[in-house]
Design a protein around this ligand. Sequence first.
Ligand code: HEC
Length: 136
Amino acid sequence: MKYVVAIAILSAALAANAGDVAAGKARSMICTSCHGANGISSSPMFPSLAGKKAEYLSQQLRDFKSGSRQNPSMSAMAAPLTPEDIENLAAYFSSLPAPIKPDSKTEPKACPQSKPSTASGDFLQVQGKNCAVESP
Ligand code: HEC
C-alpha cells in the first residue's frame, strides 16, 4: 500500500515536471564544476542544487538571466540558456537526491508530513532530526 502511494506521488511529481531530466543532465556538465557532482556542492560558496524544487531552480535561472537576481558567475552562466535549457536543468537537479546535512550522522528520513517551508525546498528540522524534504 505504501508503495502504491509512493508511486502515485512520484508519477504526479513527474507529470508536473515539464523539463527533460536527460537533456538537463547533458547540459549540466559545466554547472557541476561549481555546484558539485550530482548537484551537491562541497563549498559553502556554492549552493547545492540537488533536490530543490524545479520551479524554484528554474525561477532562479530566469532571474539570473534577466538580472533581477544578480551574481557575476551565475549571470554569465544563465545568459546563454534557452527557456528549454532552464526547464531541463531544473528538472535534472531537482530529480537528484538532496544532500545530507554534514551534522547528520544517520540516513535522512523522509518527513511524512513536511512541506517545504522555504522557497528553496531545503531541509526542515523535525524533532531535532534532519530529514530530506521530498519534492512535492
Ligand atoms: C563559476 C561557478 C558557477 C558555475 C559554473 C555555475 N554556478 Fe550556479 N551559482 C554559483 C554561485 C556562486 C551561486 C550563488 C549566487 C548567489 O549567491 O546569489 C549560484 C547559484 C545558482 C542557483 C541558485 C541556487 C539557490 O539555491 O538559490 C542556481 C539554480 C544555479 N546556480 C544553477 C546553475 C546552473 C544550472 C549552472 C550550469 C548552467 C550553474 N549554476 C553553473 C556559481 C556557479
